[in-house]
Structures are given as C-alpha cells and as structure tokens.
Design a protein around this ligand. Structure first.
Ligand code: AG3
Length: 276
C-alpha cells in the first residue's frame, strides 16, 4: 500500500510526499506532532499538519534564519531564539565562536524531546554548554528581559495556533525592548507568493517597532511555494552597514549560505517589494 502525506495550502493546493512509515504521532498541550519517515527526504517533522523540516534539506531554512542576522551584527555575544524547538537554529547560532550565551525559549517540551530522539544531528546544540534552554512562553519571557540581547531570532510556526501572539505589534515592540541599543532580529515570514495579507500586516507591525525593516528570501523546498521570506528588523545597523562578510567562509559546514547569498538575499522581486 502506498502512503502519501499532503500539506494543504489554504485548502487550494499542496505539497505531497511519499511516506514509508509513521515514526511518532502524539499530541502536546499545544499541538499535534507527527514524525514521518519519507521515501526521498529522510525523516520529516510535522506540526498541526504543517511541515516544519525534512532531514535532507532543513539546512537552507536554518542557515538563512540564523546566519543572516549573525552576519549583520558586528559582535553578537548574546543571542535569543524564540521557538525553534527542534534545535536547528541553535545549532547554526552556536557555530559562531563570538557567542557567549544562546538562550532558547520554546513553549512545547514535546518538540524538544522528540527532536532529540529522532533528529540527533539537528538537536546537537542541546548538548552545548553555551545553550540556555528554557521551556516557557517566549511572549512572556521577552516581556521580562529588557536590554539583554544582541540578536533575537523568531523561529516560529505559522500565525495560527501557539505562534499567533508572535505576529503582533505588541510583541515586536517587546522584542525591540529586549534588544540592546544596537540589536537586531530575524523572523520567518512566510511565502510572498501565498500569504500577502499576513506579510503586509507583519511588516507593518514591525515597522511600528523598528526603524529598519527589510525582507530577505531563501529557497526552502518543503515550505509552501519553496520561496521563503524572512524579516530582518534592526535598531541601528542596516544589513550592509557593518556585515562580517569575511567571517562567513569560516562558519563550519555550510550547505546553503555563503558571501554571495548574503550580498544578494535582500534583493526582492517587484511583487514582493510591493508587499512592504
Ligand atoms: N518554522 C516554521 C516555518 C513555517 C512553516 N510553515 C508551513 N509549513 N506552512 C520551522 C521550525 C524549524 N526550526
């Protein structure tokens, strides 16, 4: 019998992938978590029916969400990740030796636990002594920590379910307050081909909280349309004002990100520019 998994996009199109077997299926207080063995792309993590990552090419998303802000900041020593419970973003952040502490605040312990069990290469950061892992609500954590971080990375799910409060002006203002005076942030911001309204709203809200707001993109084949966008918001530095371009060649084991990608990822097609 053939088994196929489909993620539906707005109930109108979708992405279908052949499954060998279900490795785990369970429900936390927050969401449904499924881990599936695919035919082609290794293991796959799915939350509430939406693909979070595949083993074969999670690198593009994690490298882009982490290394772009880490390059833009001249000396990122204290980094905060909101979400990212699988550990992929933390793995990338901790490749930077300048990092003294990476705090990761994930609301759902089940995601952390199952990532450790099924995705050891992605969850490798959980053994790093520079990682301070907190299982709590990122929205609340950020309210209580002011002026504390150089870089904040919002590695959330879509704005339905537990991540919804992370897409709001109030939240971005709190992110601004938890950053030092020259701090900056990145956040996953959906596909510009599909989610125009979400993107317009998100960038409008960010613009009310930060003086510098840009979109950059990367290719993430297992997300809707493959073209994925990330928001870059900053208090002081533009992406090209003080980037640590020469450090990029020294980052370990990069499969997607490089100098040329940094220098071009902020270039946007016209239809995407119009959303901002
Ligand atoms: N972050 C989720 C990105 C959104 C995916 N959306 C979708 N498939 N509809 C993933 C967490 C990876 N660390």
């Amino acid at each position: 019998m053939d088994l196929w998994f489909t993620e539906l996009y707005e109930n109108a199109s979708g992405y279908t992938i052949k499954i060998k077997e279900t490795l785990y299926s369970g429900k936390s207080k927050y969401q449904q978590l499924d881990i599936l063995q695919t035919e082609q792309l290794g293991k796959m993590m799915v939350l509430d029916g939406l693909i979070m990552l595949t083993e074969a090419n999670e690198f593009s998303y994690h490298e882009m969400i982490a290394h772009v802000p880490m390059t833009a900041h001249p000396n990122p020593e204290r980094v905060l990740i909101i979400g990212g419970g699988d550990g992929g973003t933390a793995r990338e952040v901790l490749k930077h030796n300048c990092v003294k502490e990476c705090v990761m605040v994930e609301i759902d312990e089940l995601v952390i636990e199952k990532s450790k069990e099924f995705f050891p290469q992605i969850a490798s950061a959980f053994d790093n002594t520079k990682l301070n892992l907190l299982v709590q609500d990122g929205f609340k954590y950020i309210e209580d920590n002011k002026n504390a971080f150089d870089v904040v990375i919002i590695d959330s799910t879509d704005p339905i379910g537990p991540a919804e409060p992370l897409f709001s002006e109030h939240f971005y203002k709190n992110v601004n307050a938890c950053l030092k005076s020259d701090g900056l942030m990145s956040a996953q911001s959906e596909s510009p081909y599909l989610y125009n309204e979400i993107i317009r709203q998100m960038y409008t809200d960010m613009g009310k909280a930060f003086p510098i707001v840009k979109m950059y993109t990367g290719y993430v084949p297992f997300y809707p349309t493959g073209m994925w966008s990330f928001a870059f918001a900053s208090k002081k530095y533009h992406p090209y004002s003080k980037p640590r371009i020469d450090m990029i060649d020294k980052i370990d084991n990069l499969q997607y990100f490089n100098k040329e990608i940094y220098c071009t990822c902020f270039a946007l097609p016209n239809f995407a520019r119009k959303l901002l």
